[in-house]
Design a protein around this ligand. Structure first.
Ligand code: ADP
Ligand code: MG
Length: 279
């Protein structure tokens, strides 16, 4: 598989006032993201996740090292829009992402800015709204919708730009459990349709759904592997004050009582399967 994103020795520092040391938020990260993959990124507050996300689509530019999106260096002025269009971003708070007073205008905003032929925009908007199950809301006012519905509109706005990759920065953090599970369903559908997904989350039950899990700590990579490989390191994960998925926690407690739970039991569904063998 091709790498849609290549990160080489990335360093990112936030400048502060004169005379103060800059804040190093990313400290020498090297990482490739394969086209079509689904990667979850977890880490404590302040570990650099959002800074990394904003570097992936050129909202922030590297202080050191480089990022290539679809082969374009994000610092290359000529390809700023190519980079933004290839790697779309969905943020935590949908209110900050909605700009219009009618849903369909909101979703059209991205493609309009990209200079898409106006005749094609309507069709793109309709398809994008259908992909988040919000087609029937297209004439509604976004501010009247629930948090989860607003987030679906924000996702549609990104989908309408036809990105190859979408970076979600804690997209469910402000939602109730129902809104959360709807957004996760949509993210999985988009991935099934071939979109490369990078999902930053602090919910472990969301991270276990990815093909690959990356744990960040203090601006560096702590762990990187399949969910099975990463969550096997539950001591290390706890040592940086992160939780492990509930099924992983349960499995390790069962093992300490002598029950041989296989290592690949990491989701609730897999734990249910395992426990039911004992009926
Ligand atoms: P996360 O998303 O994992 O919580 P962030 O990428 O937001 O982490 O932050 C990483 C580090 O960079 C933190 O130490 C944070 O305080 C600092 N930081 C983030 N944004 C800014 C900013 N605009 N100016 C200065 N420092 C910042
Ligand atoms: Mg963040």
């Amino acid at each position: 598989m091709e790498n849609i994103i290549r990160i080489e020795n990335l360093i990112f520092e936030y400048m502060r006032e004169e005379g103060q040391e800059p804040v190093r938020a990313i400290n020498n990260i090297t990482l490739d993201i394969a086209e079509g993959s689904f990667t979850a990124i977890i880490g404590q507050n302040g570990s650099g996740k959002s800074t990394l996300a904003k570097n992936l689509n050129g909202l922030l530019l590297p202080t050191g090292g480089a990022i290539y999106v679809n082969g374009w260096d994000t610092r290359d002025d000529e390809h700023v829009w190519d980079v933004r269009q290839t790697a779309g971003m969905v943020f935590q708070n949908p209110d900050n992402q909605l700009v219009s007073s009618i849903v369909e205008d909101d979703v059209a905003f991205g493609p309009e800015n990209l200079g898409v032929d106006p005749k094609l925009i309507r069709e793109r908007v309709d398809k994008a709204l259908d992909s988040v199950n919000m087609g029937e809301y297209k004439r509604k006012a976004p501010h009247l919708l629930s948090g989860g519905q607003k987030q679906r509109i924000a996702i549609a706005g990104v989908v309408a730009m036809r990105p190859k990759c979408i970076i979600f920065d804690e997209p469910t953090a402000m939602l109730d459990p129902r809104g959360r599970s709807e957004i996760m369903e949509i993210i999985r559908d988009l991935h099934r349709d071939g979109i490369t997904v990078v999902l930053i989350t602090h919910f472990m039950d969301e991270a276990v759904k990815a093909d690959r899990v990356i744990i960040m700590n203090k601006g560096e990579l702590l762990l990187d592997g399949t969910p099975e490989e990463v969550f096997e390191q539950n001591e290390l994960i706890r040592s940086v004050n992160l939780d492990v998925p509930i099924a992983v926690e349960l499995a390790s407690r069962l093992r300490s009582r002598g029950i041989k739970v296989p290592k690949n039991v990491i989701t609730i569904e897999e734990m249910v399967e395992f426990v039911c063998q004992y009926r």
